[in-house]
Structures are given as C-alpha cells and as structure tokens.
Design a binder for this molecule. Structure first.
Ligand code: NAP
Length: 463
C-alpha cells in the first residue's frame, strides 16, 4: 500500500522555483504545516535572497535584515537549496512534475516596462531595474555600460524604485561607502559628474507612489537639495477629494511642501521633483543623449474613478545625459508554465496556476509573490501572499486533488543534476560564500563585500 502524502513515511515533496522573498515565505509557510513537507528550492543564480540582495538599495541595510528569517527557514533539516540551477535549462518542468507533488513558482518580476518613445534605445537610456542590479553587484549586470560624465539625469516615474535610484545618484560616496554596494559601482559613482537629478511624474503630487520614509530621506541628503516648484503643488479639485483622509499621501505632500519652502540652500547637487510631465522623446546627438522632451499634462478624472494624465500639446525640454525609466517591473514567462503576457504574471486563482486555454487549474502548480500578483507592495507583502498560496495547496491536498509525484525519491534530483554536469550550490555552500563576504566586509567597515563573479564564488567552494 502506498503511504499517504504528507506523512513522515511519505512527506509532501514541494519544489520552489526562485529564491527571493516570496520563495522563502512560501518555504516558511510550507515547513510550518502539520503535514510533513520537504522543500527543495531552485535558483538560477548562485546567491539566494533575490531582491533583498540585488534590489533593495545598499543604503537601506535595515530592510535587508529580513534575511535572518530566510536563514532560519533555510536551516530547517527538511529544506534543501539548489543554487545555480536554471529552471527550463538545468531542470525542466516535466522533471519537476516527475519528482514533486507540488511546484511553487516564485520568480518575481525580472524585466521592466518600457516607455515606447523615440530615443529610448540610445546608450545611457536604461531601466532603473538595470541600474539597481548594476550597483547591487548582480552578476548579469556588472558590465552594464553607464556614463556618469553628464551633468543631469532624468528619472521617469515616482515610485520607491525611482526614489532609490535618484538617491543613489544624489548621495556622496562618503554616504555610500559603508554599504554593500558593488565596489565597481562605488568607484564609478565617485567620479560621477551628475549634479541635477530630475524625478519626473506624469501625474500630480497627489498621485505619487513613493512612501513617507523614502520622501523624508530626500530632505536629509548631505550634498543635495530637494527642489519642488510651488506652482506644481497646487491640487485640482478631483485630486484634493481623492486624498481626503489619506494620511500617508497628506504626509507626502507635507514633505514636498517643506522642500518647496526651503528651496535651494546651495548644496552641490539637486534632486528636482517635477510633476505633470510625460517624456515624449529622448533626444540624442552623435549617439549621446542630450535632452528629454516632455509634454505637459493636465489631470482628468476618468469614469473608473482614476485620475488620468492628458497631454496639453505644450512641451518642455530638460537637458540631460542619462535617462532611467522607473515605470514598473514586469514578470517573464517560464518554460512550460502558463503566462499572461498582458499583465506579466502567471495566471492564477488564489495562487493556483490557471491554464489559459482551458480556464482550469493546473494540478499541483502554484504561484506566489510578484509573478502571482504583479510588481507591487513591499517585501513583507509577500508573506501573506505566500501563505495564501500554500493554503490553496493544502486545501487541494485535503481534497485529494494532488497527483503524487511518480518518482519521489529525494536522492533522484541531486543525482539527475550531477549526471547532467550541473554544479549546483547547496545551502551549506551558500553559507560559505556568505561568510567570506561578511568577513571581507568586516575588515572594511561594511556589512559585506559581495562576490559578483559566479566563477569567483565557485572557485571559493572548489578550492
Ligand atoms: P510603482 O510604485 O508602481 O511606480 C511606478 C511609477 O511609474 C509610478 O509613478 C507610475 O505613475 C509611473 N509610470 C508608469 N508608467 C508610466 C509611463 N508610461 N510614463 C510615465 N510614468 C509612468 O513601481 P516601482 O517604483 O517600480 O516599485 C515597485 C514596488 O516595489 C512598489 O510597491 C514599491 O513600493 C516597492 N519598493 C519598495 C521600496 C521600499 O520599501 N523602500 C523600494 C523599492 C521598491 P502612475 O501612478 O501615473 O501610473
């Protein structure tokens, strides 16, 4: 007689694809259950933690402290890490189905949205996502070509990512030196010539997406003034009504008003907040960006209740040599897994993957985090989101809706990877890499000095 899934004789075997925050919250939720679960986590990169390592700003170390809880999960004896294993290449969808009762996709949103305007493909026009990955030492972006010799940069969008990239450009190297920013990025920023950073919003100050802590920081930069035009802070009637009782937005406005009042104090750099402007063209000369042409907008309440920007036919040009579009992340499809191209997510119902052709749920496949709901919310938002998906799986288990994996032997997957010549990195090995990074950092008064090159990480393990 075959043992029931979820018992000590036959634990429920779960695979998690993606070792970022949502992957770890999914693992934590799975390992907390009364049913016995074993978790194997697969990650394309060697390093785990996703956006906590490669997204969160290096000067926001307090946010990175959440990694301690991920470490506790990873230390569970029923958890295994398979870093340096790419889903779809090193291990396929069919193979995961063969070896696991439940698969959770937690791959986040690895791409970004575009503006689709002329000049967007010029050198030095890039997504904030790329710039963030570059300064955070992401192996795929370490060689990104970024020219900081110009005097002005335009950041398009007013979310927290826009605030991060603008702040990094506005800070002095002294303010960043004790962070875990990649050494090459720190060296490049030390030579930066950028003095004016324009954060450009297509709507008004009552529609910003950043949060209070992030705007407050802009008032405390050592070498940059935060500049807001008083004339752009006047709210139209619909915007005033929309934010009534919204204390967080009122606070954002208070900060912006305070910046307008303080004005220029003479610091060598300036962060300008500009509203009601949509970039319509990135202007280049001899292959270099020289300016961004903007159309001035006015706001129109839509039937849906949204307040939308509408072009006025009037234009303004901001001279700049660097453009960072920070208009949102976007998920990328996974081999053999349904994908909703329009929204950049894996279609799902309460975390159960949906086959778009049949409209039915795909047995044993689940999703959590940004690839489930889109790129919104802070890191902690992924915890309840992951719990919801794990609960859906448990409900399916109880109702007998899971198909047991045909080959549940826990030694089969490592054997398969080894036979294929895949040099996977285990949890113990990741901790060796991490210990080296932290020790190197300690010697220089930093939280860590990241190893960037995958080859250097593997050399450390294989020496
Ligand atoms: P976001 O908060 O969604 O902001 C995107 C911005 O892009 C909005 O201002 C949006 O304006 C603008 N935008 C979109 N399409 C545009 C277009 N075609 N032209 C001009 N502007 C356009 O996204 P995000 O900044 O990438 O952040 C993603 C998530 O990560 C957010 O939930 C954020 O809070 C979180 N995050 C948190 C932290 C932190 O806690 N410190 C740090 C980084 C990121 P509209 O509103 O007009 O659409």
């Amino acid at each position: 007689m075959t043992a029931t899934i979820g018992t000590t004789e036959r634990p429920l075997r779960a695979a998690i694809v993606g070792a970022g925050p949502s992957g770890f919250y999914t693992a934590a939720a799975l390992l907390k259950q009364e049913v016995t679960v074993t978790v194997d986590m697969f990650e394309r990169l060697i390093a785990q933690r996703g956006l906590v390592r490669y997204g969160v700003a290096p000067d926001h170390q307090n946010i990175k402290a959440v990694a301690k809880t991920y470490d506790r999960t990873a230390a569970e004896p029923t958890f295994r890490y398979f870093g340096n294993v790419e889903f779809g290449k090193d291990i396929t969808h069919a193979e995961l189905k063969e070896h696991y009762d439940a698969i959770f996709y937690t791959t986040g949103a690895q791409s970004d949205r575009h503006l689709s305007i002329p000049g967007e493909d010029l050198p030095n026009s890039m997504s904030a996502t790329e710039f963030v990955a570059w300064y955070n030492g992401h192996p795929d972006y370490q060689h990104l070509k970024i020219d900081l010799s110009c005097e002005a940069a335009v950041v398009v969008g007013v979310g927290n990512v826009a605030m991060d990239v603008a702040r990094i450009l506005a800070k002095s190297v002294d303010e960043l030196a004790d962070s875990d920013m990649a050494d090459y990025a720190l060296a490049a920023l030390a030579k930066s010539n950028i003095k004016d950073i324009y954060i450009v919003a297509r709507r008004g100050p009552a529609q910003v997406k950043f949060t209070n802590a992030e705007i407050r920081e802009m008032g405390h930069l050592a070498v940059a003034d935060a500049i807001v035009l008083d004339s752009e802070l006047r709210l139209d009637r619909a915007s005033s009504a929309a934010i009534e009782g919204d204390t967080s937005m009122q606070k954002n406005l208070d900060y912006l008003r305070a910046f307008a009042e303080i004005g220029v104090t003479g610091k060598p750099r300036r962060v300008h907040f500009r509203f009601l402007l949509s970039p319509v063209e990135i202007i280049g000369e001899n292959g270099k960006i020289v300016a961004v042409k903007m159309e001035k907008n006015e706001l129109r309440p839509a039937v849906s209740g949204d307040i939308k920007p509408s072009g006025t036919g009037q234009y303004e040009t901001i001279p700049a040599g660097l453009v960072l579009r920070s208009v949102g992340y976007k998920g990328v499809p996974l081999e053999g897994v349904p994908f909703d191209q329009r929204h950049g997510v894996i279609p799902n119902e309460v975390g159960r993957v949906i086959d778009l052709d049949t409209g039915k749920t795909v047995t044993g496949e689940y999703v959590a985090g940004w690839i489930k709901r889109g790129p919104n919310g802070v890191i902690g938002t992924n915890k309840p989101d992951a719990i919801e998906s794990v609960n859906s799986m448990l409900e399916d288990l109880q109702k007998g809706k899971l198909t047991p994996a045909p080959e549940p032997d826990p030694t089969a997957v490592p054997a398969l990877l080894q036979a294929r010549g895949v040099r996977y990195v285990t949890q113990e090995e990741w901790k060796v890499i991490e210990a080296k990074e932290v020790a190197d950092g300690k010697a220089h008064g930093k939280p860590r000095i990241k190893l960037v090159e995958p080859a250097a990480m593997l050399a450390l393990l294989d020496k």
